[in-house]
Write a protein that binds this ligand. Structure first.
Ligand code: RRO
Length: 312
């Protein structure tokens, strides 16, 4: 019997796939659509202390090989997501959900975590350190000292399962330096990667950009980013303590893409652009495709091949 089940942050999941934060998770209708699909669970849109409208539209555009977005962190506020998940936990006892949060500074991160502590939330917190699209706010994940200071303060006050969503890194020394910081803390997981920040896609017929915010600059997702995502997953798999697990995100369109993320060391995977394109029904196809590859290769479960990438 082939199983795509996994264990992450101390919880068991009957499948290793879920949505990526930002896709199908803005409100209760979208979250319920993922809930009722073949996905193992869902993660919410990154919640801030106050609801936000985000950047002006158009702010998301699909291209031949992926997507560009500059949503600007639109969300209903962390209280909305906490209320929704707390109710969903009651409706689905035993199921574990992910709550994504992001503050604009350390004090806000701590205030968000205090809200989580004061609530009935029993799932996993994903602290987003990598939003590329808020004008004037650099991606925290590229400021190594700040990441260290945030994690120190976070784990002084928060002692339940928590992972971080990281931006992609592009240099071996940056993998080394970031892993050294991450290894100091009791993280449940790291999630690599967020979109590749500040790309530019243009329409050469009209000679214009395709999204309105930031003169067209935005985060790139989809097929373009898979090699970068696999590199980040594997670089952290090679460097992190084995009790820090990895969620692989980036460029997943097929079961083969998921197989590759797991081969690089991911214990769970998230689907962004392709979920946006196909909708939550995608998880049926992805599960069937991954199972078919596992059957062909004689693997019964994902631990049979997780992290077992060969080198030349
Ligand atoms: O809302 C966004 O613009 C956004 C966020 Br918070 C993020 O983490 N990644 C992304 O591509 N877009």
């Amino acid at each position: 019997m082939i199983s795509t089940a996994t264990t992450l942050a101390g919880s068991n999941f009957d499948n290793c796939m879920m949505n990526a934060s930002g896709v199908y998770c803005m409100d209760s209708d979208e979250l319920l659509a993922v809930e009722n699909s073949k996905a193992a669970t869902f993660v919410t849109k990154s919640g801030t202390l106050q609801p936000r409208k985000g950047n002006p539209e158009p702010r998301y555009f699909e291209t031949e090989f992926g997507s560009i977005n500059s949503m600007g962190l639109p969300n209903n506020g962390v209280d909305y997501y906490l209320d929704f998940v707390s109710q969903d936990q009651i409706n689905h006892p035993g199921k574990t959900y992910f709550l994504s949060i992001t503050g604009f500074n350390l004090a806000e991160d701590l205030e968000l975590l205090q809200k989580v502590t004061d609530s009935d939330f029993a799932g996993v917190v994903e602290l987003n350190l990598s939003c590329p699209n808020v004008p004037g706010k650099p991606q925290t994940g590229y400021d190594f000292e700040t990441v260290d200071a945030i994690l120190k303060a976070v784990f002084d006050v928060y002692h339940k399962p928590l992972g971080v969503k990281l931006p992609p890194y592009f240099d071996i020394i940056h993998f080394d330096q970031m892993a050294e910081i991450l290894n100091k803390y009791p993280l449940s997981y790291v999630n690599s990667i967020n979109s590749i920040g500040n790309g530019l896609y243009i329409n050469d017929d009209t000679e214009t950009v395709v999204i309105k915010p930031k003169q067209g600059f935005g985060g790139i997702g989809g097929e373009y980013v898979k090699p970068t995502a696999l590199a980040n997953v594997h670089a952290f798999y090679q460097r992190l303590n084995k009790d820090i697990q990895i969620i692989g995100t980036g460029g997943i369109q097929t079961g083969k893409d998921i197989f590759e993320h797991i081969l690089c060391g991911a214990s769970m995977v998230q689907v962004g652009t392709a979920l946006m394109v196909e909708g939550p029904v995608i998880f049926e196809r992805l599960t069937a495709e991954l199972e078919a590859i596992m059957a062909e290769k004689g693997y019964d479960n994902i631990e049979d091949f997780r992290g077992k990438l060969n080198y030349l």
